[in-house]
Design a protein around this ligand. Sequence first.
Ligand code: ADP
Ligand code: TRP
Length: 322
Amino acid sequence: MRFLTGLQPSGQLHIGNYFGAILPAVQLQYKGEAFYFIANYHAMTTMSSPQALRENTRSLAVDFLACGLDPQRAVFFEQSAVPEVNELAWILSSVCPMGLLERCHSYKEKMARGIASTHALFAYPVLMAADILLYGSDAVPVGKDQKQHLEVTRDLAGKMNEAFGAGLFKLPEPIISESTAIVPGLDGQKMSKSYGNALPIFGDEKTTRKLINKKIVTDTTPLDQPKPTENSVILALYKLFASARDYETMVERHRSGGFGYGQFKQQLFEAYWEYFREAREKREWLLEHPEYVDDVLSAGAERAREEANKTLSRVRRAVGLV
Ligand code: ADP
Ligand code: TRP
């Protein structure tokens, strides 16, 4: 079973990304063959600063490794280190009806947000299909928002098989983590980098402590009174980091009264800080050893290219390019 997924290097990772994407990917490494890449070509559809693209790509590589991506198990690479993907995207484009792309929600939603409508933004799902088909992926773990792009991928694989030979591509299955709870942001909405409500995985101590203290809004129940446990951001976040027992204790303390929100926030900070301790230490080490990160990415790229070239030579032959 081969799993593949791509993550866009679009800025500092938050704990919603961790529980929704990074942790599931790390767990899948042990269940099959994993191909994970940093989607820097895709990021170009929304980013125009070369420096930001370079820095975000690097920091995503470091952070993903720090969070447990094991390069002995997973093939880890930058999308642009395998430029062959563009050739496959072109070939897929030749069977891709315009209407299929015109229907994509993600494209329409990005246009509505004012993102420049470029050919790359429009053709984004074709490049994504190429990512998936180039490596013969069986299953693709993605967030709900990417479900339609997986349908486009299956559609294009089917059209290619029809036009150029049955069995040219296998049809990948999406793994949509419906069960992964949406991590709430500090303001109670879905945590997202665009809402200014994110708790970073690797924030510095003082800033994150302050974020938790200042940004989580609480009511004015007096200290000695019981506190509501429904829709509590503190409890929802604490649950992600604390043991079941510590979580139950905090729920009890909400119910009994006699404990203030300040105290709960401090406990939340401490649990968060402890939860990522090992990852933080690993990250420090990685930042001090950039050559190690380079080696991981170039070994990953080499392995990925091998696979890419196998697929591509088969496809080139099938479509009449050789
Ligand atoms: P953002 O909303 O911050 O822009 P992205 O859309 O870049 O995040 O998401 C990257 C990955 O992280 C996706 O797989 C997405 O499903 C996951 N993710 C993002 N925010 C959350 C959240 N609040 N809860 C669970 N998963 C999330
Ligand atoms: N579009 C995906 C996202 O924004 C990133 C991505 C690019 C991807 N290529 C992929 C995900 C291939 C899975 C498979 O989250």
